[in-house]
Design a protein around this ligand. Structure first.
Ligand code: BDR
Ligand code: CA
Length: 314
């Protein structure tokens, strides 16, 4: 048996974050979650940390440690996305308020301590929201950078350009200064941008497959994806809504489902017009060194089969 990936999930749930957490919880042979760190993003921090605990309890895992992190980006006011995710961030299913406690330690301290106390290259960070917590940890403790095995993140776009502005993806746009720190830290990065997630659509058949799973998790996931479908279908005119964040967990479980290129990616922090743009040198027209594996394609059938199979175990 192979050793499981040890991971910290940094997240701003969000329905698609919730599905990513559930996919990881449904894969205990391959993934050990050391902690979930909440950050402000889709909704304010008080809701994202609460939603993370709601999701753990939905999967009967109140033992998972959830930490609360930064409530605002490094240098800007918080931008949220209730227009996509609803007032609570987890609109759709009716789920009980969590009983499990929030950990006392701040998420940034947890990230720093965890990497300092672990062998180099043993733990991956999976980021599903704005990069504020991770950048704060790197600023405060630059010595952890060489200890991080990899950061697998949902964020950015090249061919699909933007979803919150014409040129920026939400997670990067909310805290571009944080993203700049993370992309410049010399840590192995795997980026799952909109270019991939816009090919990862929850069609009616896929939603029906979630709903047909035994137990309450499948129904809750179907109701969550139903909720943000309304917004996304109208916006994109597509057959289903993109399921962004679970691609991060899908990549950990089976990287062969994905294809991309090692390229240079820089973050725009100066321009009002293109703030938060991921300037991806896909065609390698500069001599800037590669700092990320930037994914472009996914075997979406294979991914949804894997996701549904993992949700079925919960
Ligand atoms: C990203 O933004 C959020 O709304 C989603 O949870 C995802 O992480 C997509 O741009
Ligand atoms: Ca997210």
């Amino acid at each position: 048996m192979t050793t499981p990936h040890q991971i910290i999930i940094d997240t701003d749930p969000g329905q698609d974050d919730a599905v990513a957490i559930l996919m990881a919880l449904g894969s205990p042979q391959e993934i050990e979650i050391l902690g979930i760190t909440a950050v402000a993003g889709n909704v304010p921090l008080a809701l994202t940390e609460k939603n993370a605990r709601i999701v753990c309890e939905l999967a009967n895992r109140p033992d998972i440690r959830v930490f609360s992190g930064c409530d605002a980006p490094i240098a800007r006011p918080l931008v949220t996305a209730e227009h996509v995710h609803g007032k609570t961030g987890l609109d759709g299913p009716t789920l009980p308020d969590p009983v499990m406690p929030l950990q006392d330690q701040h998420a940034v301290d947890f990230i720093i301590d965890t990497f300092r106390n672990a062998p180099a290259g043993s733990i991956s960070l999976c980021t599903l929201g704005p990069l504020t917590n991770v950048a704060a940890a790197l600023e405060r403790a630059p010595d952890i950078a060489p200890k991080i095995k990899q950061i697998v993140m949902m964020g950015g776009a090249y061919f699909e350009v933007g979803n919150i502005t014409p040129t920026a993806e939400f997670n990067i746009y909310v805290d571009p200064e944080a993203a700049k720190i993370v992309f410049g830290a010399g840590i192995p990065l795997v980026v799952l941008p909109l270019d991939v997630t816009h090919k990862t659509l929850v069609t009616k058949e896929r939603n029906d497959a979630f709903r047909a799973l035994p137990g309450k998790v499948g129904i809750a996931v179907a109701e969550m994806t139903d909720f943000f479908e309304r917004f996304d279908k109208e916006k994109y005119g597509s057959t289903g809504a993109p399921l962004h964040d679970p691609t991060v967990i899908g990549y950990l479980l089976n990287p062969d489902l994905f294809q991309g290129r090692e390229i240079n990616v820089e973050i725009e922090t100066g321009s009002d017009l293109t703030l938060g743009m991921t300037v991806a040198d896909w065609w390698r027209v500069t001599d800037r060194p590669a700092n990320a594996l930037f994914i472009k394609d996914i075997d979406d059938e294979g991914f949804f089969t894997l996701l549904t199979e993992r949700l079925a175990t919960l």
